[in-house]
Ligand binder design. Structure first.
Ligand SMILES: C[S@@+](CC[C@H](N)C(=O)[O-])C[C@H]1O[C@@H](n2cnc3c(N)ncnc32)[C@H](O)[C@@H]1O
Length: 353
């Protein structure tokens, strides 16, 4: 039986997530909207839980059209919860994941624009009905308490007059990676790292370099998308390399990790197919070594080590200024993908040699 799904993404990654879903043959995208990709799969394929560029995955329970701004509309959420086929949703969810602990029901809601009700009003309107239908206790978020583990977790999103009610597939959000045991400041959100690896279009036997690899997130995610690629991680900080080594071991990722200065890369000219990195340009992580007073050396080094058909994917803040520096190093800028990332607005910049 066809399954209707809703993937949540970072703002700006909707198209990349849609591309991953299509490329991996995991479904047909019907449409995208703010931080969401809606799609249909022929059946509840467990590989859906391996989608890497999305933040989380939900089974679509109901679409509510004509949702207005007044409190009178709250009843529409309760009615939608009552009308949805919860039994079928739970069957599909059980099919997709191992284990089905159900300690209760919780609901998280978000909306765009002004309304005469708040997110907790929507959550309670649905939570009480879902608790009645399942016979499980409802854990309201109104008091600020996080729900316990093992709940049936519903998500409601409202954009304009259209609301979606959906049920989380996994036990926890998919963006939480079990491999990420070791962390350092500035470490990358894993679905964003995966999106950068996807945009790098890594071919099976490519060499992929992250010259400022930190805890290794980008290369670990790249390995999941291109398992045969030759992965090379470098960083100025030995503690970051220790973290990268520990994280990669969790996933059995095969990569070489070594100390190096991204302003003087110990790499032969023209030998690298893909460079994917988030350089230390933001306030969280200072540039060290040769980059500390000459940051543009990074772009010149990327230009030098990339092969003739090489490609780079960088996460850059203050993008106009950085793109000018990228171009003056002789690199070509192909695409700029603006993002919204926890209150910051960096861009993914795709460049070629
Ligand atoms: C924003 S962090 C990268 C985070 C990484 N993508 C992750 O997910 O953990 C930038 C990294 O650049 C490193 N760095 C700073 N100066 C460097 C240099 N000259 N050469 C190489 N790495 C450098 C820092 O040690 C830091 O680990």
């Amino acid at each position: 039986m066809a399954v209707r799904l809703l993937a949540r993404t970072l703002r700006g990654l909707e198209d990349v997530a849609a591309r991953e879903i299509a490329q991996r043959g995991l479904g047909r995208v019907t449409h995208s909207r703010h931080r969401e990709v809606w799609f249909t799969a022929d059946h509840a394929d467990a590989r859906l839980l391996d989608l890497r560029t999305i933040d989380d995955l939900f089974l679509l329970a109901a679409v509510i059209d004509g949702v207005g701004h007044t409190r009178a509309n709250l009843v529409r959420f309760t009615e939608a919860a009552r009308a949805s086929d919860l039994g079928e949703l739970l069957r599909q969810r059980d099919h997709l994941r191992a284990g089905s602990a159900t300690t209760g029901v919780d609901v998280a809601a978000s909306f765009l624009g002004k309304r005469n009700y708040n997110r907790f009003d929507i959550e309670d309107a649905i939570g009480a009905e879902a608790a009645r239908a399942t016979g499980l206790p409802y854990h309201s978020r109104r008091g600020g308490d996080a729900p316990p583990d093992g709940t049936l977790s519903f998500r409601v999103t409202v954009e304009g007059a259209r609301a979606a009610l959906a049920l989380r597939v996994g036990e926890r959000p998919l963006h939480r990676r079990s491999y990420k045991l070791a962390s350092t400041p500035g470490t990358l959100h894993p679905p964003l790292a995966a999106a950068m690896a996807l945009l790098a279009d890594v071919r099976p036997t490519d060499s992929v370099l992250d010259p400022c690899c930190g805890t290794g997130t980008i290369l670990i995610e790249a390995a999941e998308l291109a398992p045969r690629a030759r992965l090379i991680g470098m960083d100025h900080d030995p503690r970051a390399l220790a973290a990268a080594t520990a994280n990669a071991a969790q996933m059995a990722t095969v990569a070489t990790w070594s100390c190096g200065d991204a302003g003087r890369l110990p790499v032969v000219t023209g030998q690298i197919d893909r460079v994917v990195s988030n350089p230390p340009w933001d306030r969280q992580v200072p540039a060290r070594g040769a980059l500390s007073n000459r940051p543009n050396r990074l772009y010149r080094e990327i230009r030098r080590v990339l092969s003739a058909d090489g490609r780079g994917v960088l996460l850059l803040h203050e993008v106009e200024q950085q793109v000018a520096a990228v171009k003056s190093a002789g690199l070509r800028v192909r695409h700029v993908h603006p993002l919204s990332l926890f209150g910051a607005h960096p861009s993914i910049v795709v460049l070629t040699s």
